[in-house]
Ligand binder design. Structure first.
Ligand code: ATP
Ligand code: MG
Length: 240
């Protein structure tokens, strides 16, 4: 079993540790929560445990559908062993229903059901505030070539299809979410990072209640309870 050797990086919600195997990392989920590009900071008690569990269940579900991910195995309730990848410095956001920055940018009404799912690309850069970017700029500025961009976009749409159907069985609408991809040492493109309520908008289909990190962003209360509820729903339904 690989053991931790050093802290590779500490981000806003996770710590990455190197291990004695150069191709494997340990991804540790923290309780820290941030919003609005780190302007708002706080703690969601137990979030690291809930998110590790939720992300594992969803990644396993995706693996079963043939999507390659970085997840190797769960080590404990906050830590996963993952394959080390070179992260593509682009965030892939899928939107099914209008919310968040899309509404601010285009004065679109929140809750508008989009005619079909759409992808938006953002530069992974806290310094720049993760700005929206177009395909041409991604390729020309060298963030990713068209081949990677197309493959990652195709995978993103496939993940969306699987996830929309999955959340629907739980009575939850998947409004939007963010994915990150990276290439492993053999050049395979893997889904990396996490899929959790930190990076997904999830609304109760019947009541419209927001169940994700927006509860923290907008001080809506019941944040821990909501994450706990999502975790128990997901682990039970995924059965993995
Ligand atoms: N398998 C992997 N190999 C290498 N890096 C990874 C892997 N999975 C995720 N990462 C990176 O590890 C970091 C996880 O930490 P965290 O999510 O806390 O970062 P963050 O503060 O959100 O910063 P970022 O804006 O870079 O995502 C991210 O930078 C993510 O891109
Ligand atoms: Mg992150």
């Amino acid at each position: 079993m690989p053991t931790k050797t050093a802290v590779l990086s500490e981000g806003k919600s996770k710590i990455l540790h190197t291990t004695d195997d150069p191709n494997l990392l340990i991804q540790e989920f923290k309780d820290d929560a941030t919003a609005f590009n780190g302007v708002k900071k706080g703690t969601i008690v137990g979030k690291g445990v809930f998110n590790q569990s939720i992300s594992t269940s969803i990644f396993r579900l995706l693996e079963q559908a043939g999507i390659k991910t970085h997840l190797v195995e769960v080590l404990n309730d906050r830590e996963q062993l993952v394959k080390r990848v070179d992260i593509v410095m682009v965030e892939f956001v899928v939107r099914n229903i209008a919310a968040g920055s899309l509404c601010r940018r285009y004065a679109t009404e929140e809750g508008l059901k989009l005619e079909r799912p759409m992808i938006e690309y953002f530069v992974k850069s806290d310094e720049l505030g993760d700005p929206l970017i177009g395909r041409e700029a991604i390729a020309i500025l060298g963030l990713a070539d068209y081949e990677i961009l197309d493959l990652a976009s195709e995978l993103t749409m496939k993940v969306n299809e699987i996830m929309v159907a999955f959340w629907k069985t739980l009575g939850i609408d998947l409004v939007d979410f963010k994915l990150e991809f990276g290439r492993d040492n053999e050049g395979n493109l893997l889904l990396a990072d996490e899929i959790t309520p930190d990076g997904c908008r999830l609304w109760d289909t019947k009541t419209g209640e927001k169940l994700d990190k927006d509860r923290f962003r907008f001080d809506m209360g019941g944040v821990e309870e909501s994450y706990a509820r999502l975790q128990s729903l997901v682990t039970e339904a995924a059965g993995v």
